[in-house]
Write a protein of this length. Structure first.
Length: 195
């Protein structure tokens, strides 16, 4: 599945990513992205250190167990991913993001956030939750862009993005214009994104 959005023209991203849902055959792409992360990026994404064997196992598990997982591709290589998992109680869906350190501050994280919100809207999820360390400034900026409700819990931030019903532009004002059909090619803007 390739995803398309109509966004505010004041934003530009060159080259523009193609964002598509990942499947089992994309596991190697996800694995390579995770293995290519530097130490601080791994620690930030996984709240601690992760050995290579653990990252390989994680990639396999994420592809098979996420409710939704999408990758941002530029020049045929994956540069970022959003994973969405449903909570046990069904109260919310939790999103986890990773953008390769060499491709941050180019709007990829924000583009992935919009894909996540679109998927939640069409899947009738009411809340998209992001949980991250308090010192993770790129995720704090992303949560702010999404107008998320922020709660501080110990050393973590819980950021909830309310999702609107299908057909609406979403309950959240961060979508500048209506969202286009999921079958079109994805076009995004160049916002400042993860470190």
């Amino acid at each position: 599945m390739t995803i398309a959005y109509t966004l505010n023209d004041t934003f530009r991203l060159l080259p523009r990513p193609q964002i598509r849902q990942l499947a089992q055959h994309d596991e190697a792409d996800l694995r390579d992205l995770l293995l290519g992360l530097d130490g601080p990026s791994r620690a930030s994404r996984f709240s601690g250190t992760m050995k290579e064997a653990s990252l390989i196992q994680y990639a396999h598990s994420a592809i098979s167990s996420a409710a939704f997982i999408a990758g941002a591709y530029i020049d045929g290589r994956i540069r970022g991913v959003v994973e969405i998992y449903d909570s046990a109680g069904g109260d919310f869906s939790e999103a986890a993001f990773v953008v390769h350190q060499d491709w941050r501050r180019r709007g990829i994280g924000f583009a992935l956030l919009q894909v996540a919100q679109k998927w939640c809207t069409e899947s009738r999820r009411s809340t998209l939750r992001m949980v991250f360390e308090r010192c993770n400034m790129p995720m704090r900026k992303l949560a702010n862009k999404a107008a998320a409700q922020i709660d501080l819990l110990m050393d973590e931030i819980v950021a909830d993005v309310e999702i609107g019903p299908p057909g609406a532009n979403g309950a959240n004002p961060f979508l500048a214009q209506p969202v286009a059909d999921l079958a079109q090619v994805f076009k995004v803007h160049a916002g400042r994104e993860c470190r």
